[in-house]
Design a protein around this ligand. Structure first.
Ligand SMILES: [Cu+2]
Length: 173
């Protein structure tokens, strides 16, 4: 039931600590939203706008108790500029990854509730052991269609893939 750390090498540990320190610092300065993305994206939506919005919750299961290799649902639709809480859970008997690098790059990631989850890199990939739950607060920014997959060998090939779309919102045009 426990989650083993993904990052074990000293360099990765250092980068992770650096990231966490920077993240905490930004949050403490109240500048979290603006500085986490690229300067271009940061200018697109003022942080005050993001903070004032309500959060839309989207739930995704990684696998199921019958151990089918799929995301449920396998289509996730977002509107640019809105804030979401992506709730991931793993009700299956084995470990899975929620890997959506391009989607993550097209979004602001404000926060990941990391109780039972390890963050890999810049939240491009989340590892969920059986029974784990993760909450990822994010704001999609760049409209497009993005791939979701589980990177455990054989899982994507067996159908553990998905499609994530970000459609342009009224604010982002
Ligand atoms: Cu998997």
């Amino acid at each position: 039931m426990t989650v083993l750390p993904i990052m074990r090498s000293p360099l990765k540990l250092f980068l992770r600590l650096l990231w966490q320190t920077l993240f905490s610092l930004l949050l403490s300065l109240g500048l979290g939203f603006g500085w986490l993305g690229s300067p271009v994206l940061a200018d697109a939506i003022p942080s005050a706008t993001l903070a004032a919005q309500s959060v839309t919750e989207i739930k995704v299961s990684l696998g199921n108790p019958a151990n089918e290799l799929k995301f449920i649902p396998d289509r996730l639709d977002f509107v640019a500029g809105k804030q979401y809480k992506l709730v991931l859970d793993n009700p299956s008997p084995q470990k899975h990854y929620f890997t959506a690098k391009d989607f993550a790059d097209a979004s602001y990631s404000s926060k990941v509730e990391a109780g039972k989850v390890e963050i890999k890199g810049a939240i491009h990939e989340l590892e969920l052991k059986p029974t784990a739950v993760a909450e990822w607060i994010l704001t999609p920014i760049k409209p497009g269609t993005y791939q979701l997959r589980c990177t455990i060998p054989g899982h994507a090939e067996a159908g553990m893939t998905g499609t994530i779309t970000i459609t342009a919102g009224a604010q982002s045009v």
